[in-house]
Design a protein around this ligand. Structure first.
Ligand code: ZN
Length: 381
């Protein structure tokens, strides 16, 4: 998920806010306002609104602390977190690699709910120190604020402990199965299945509540279930991809015969004589017999059609020194990560300053499909 609003960098990790976060902030503020209006109407609208808004903002700080705890434990185990994004259903810490062993996965997973539980307990402690007693509703704004912060953070800890991958509880479950069986793929499959089951239960329960008269609250539960269902499927696919591409290098999937074209060629001729005729996606632009850059359909599309006869390949190519390159020995997963970061579909493969070919997302996909079909036929590579 790309973050929409950058909040700054904490502990060297970029923190962002997705627009959908405002929806949950609004819903939390509104439900606190109606809660306080029901139990503490004597505070007056000004105090009720202020307490609700401050509580919602502090909840956001608690959520950030939850994600930050994942990121910091990951860092202690040598894993880099690229960014933390907060969105409608919580937060997500984008850790660059999947943990390589079960113990790391376990500790990175469990520290989040643990942090939320500790924050919740501290908030209840502050409410207690301010005069609130268990079993009673809070009387003063300070009691009210910390009581509800305690409540929300404990809910957050509980929700995240649901054993459905990719929730923290699902990661913990996966790490325990992985730890005891030593089989990461099997552990992922089981945790993802559990995640899907939990998600379907959420959807069924939400729809049941909706028709039972719970209104929007029921739909909200069903929506969380739908989100979990998507996330469980996507996480499983991503782990399966990582497993399928383990030990595969760029040299296994790259295209070695990139066509070389002259940089003085104009786009009109290039499209008619090369792009359309060969169906290739990538061309090497040469200058005095040397590789100067790359041209793909993407660069051509950027130029208006009327200007094609007057634009040369030199004008539109991506100069070789401006694109990230990989070597034939680079693991394919790493090449895919680089493509993702740079938002491109292909990378030139260079070895000792010589262009060896090109690797594209399509090549990787083709490779995976072939492998899957062979796997289904019972062959093993
Ligand atoms: Zn978490």
């Amino acid at each position: 998920m790309k973050s929409s609003i950058r909040l700054g960098t904490f502990f060297g990790i970029e923190v962002g806010l997705h627009y959908s976060w405002f929806l949950i902030a609004f819903l939390i503020t509104m439900s606190l306002v109606s809660q306080f209006q029901a139990t503490n109407a004597g505070w007056g609208p000004g105090v009720i609104w202020s307490v609700s808004i401050v509580t919602a903002i502090l909840f956001f700080a608690g959520l950030l602390a939850h994600e930050m705890s994942h990121a910091l434990v990951a860092r202690a185990h040598g894993l880099t977190t690229r960014a933390i994004t907060l969105f409608a259903l919580g937060g997500v810490a984008q850790i660059e690699h999947e943990p390589s062993d079960a113990k790391t996965e376990f500790w990175v997973g469990i520290v989040g709910p643990f942090s939320s539980a500790v924050i919740g307990a501290i908030c209840f402690g502050v409410a207690w120190a301010a005069g609130w007693r268990p079993g009673a509703m809070p009387d003063t704004p300070i009691e009210g604020m910390f009581y509800w912060l305690g409540y929300i953070n404990l809910m957050l800890a509980t929700f995240n402990m649901i054993p459905g991958y990719p929730l923290d509880g699902g990661r913990i479950l996966r790490s325990i199965i992985w730890w005891s069986t030593g089989n990461m793929e099997r552990a992922t499959l089981l945790a993802a299945r559990t995640g899907q089951t939990v998600a379907l239960l959420f959807i069924a329960f939400g729809i049941f509540r909706f028709f039972g008269g719970a209104g929007i609250g029921g739909l909200w539960i069903a929506f969380i279930g739908w989100f979990l269902l998507q996330a469980a499927g996507a996480s499983y696919a991503s782990v399966a991809l990582t497993a399928g591409l383990k030990d595969v290098h760029v040299s296994d999937v790259m295209d070695r015969d990139c066509e070389t074209v002259d940089g003085n060629l104009n786009l009109q001729n290039f499209v008619e004589e090369h792009l359309l005729r060969t169906g290739r996606r990538c061309f090497v632009v040469s200058q005095n017999g040397q590789v100067a850059g790359l041209v793909t359909p993407h660069e051509v599309k950027e130029v208006e059609r009327q200007r094609w006869p007057y634009t040369t390949l030199y004008d539109v190519m991506r100069p070789l020194d401006q694109v990230h390159t990989v070597t034939p020995q680079t693991p394919v997963m790493e090449a895919l990560e680089t493509m993702g970061r740079d938002d491109v579909n292909q990378l030139p493969v260079v070895d000792a300053n010589h262009l060896e070919g090109i690797v594209t997302r399509a090549h990787v996909l083709q490779f995976l499909q072939t492998r899957m079909e062979l796997g289904r036929l019972g062959a093993r590579s």
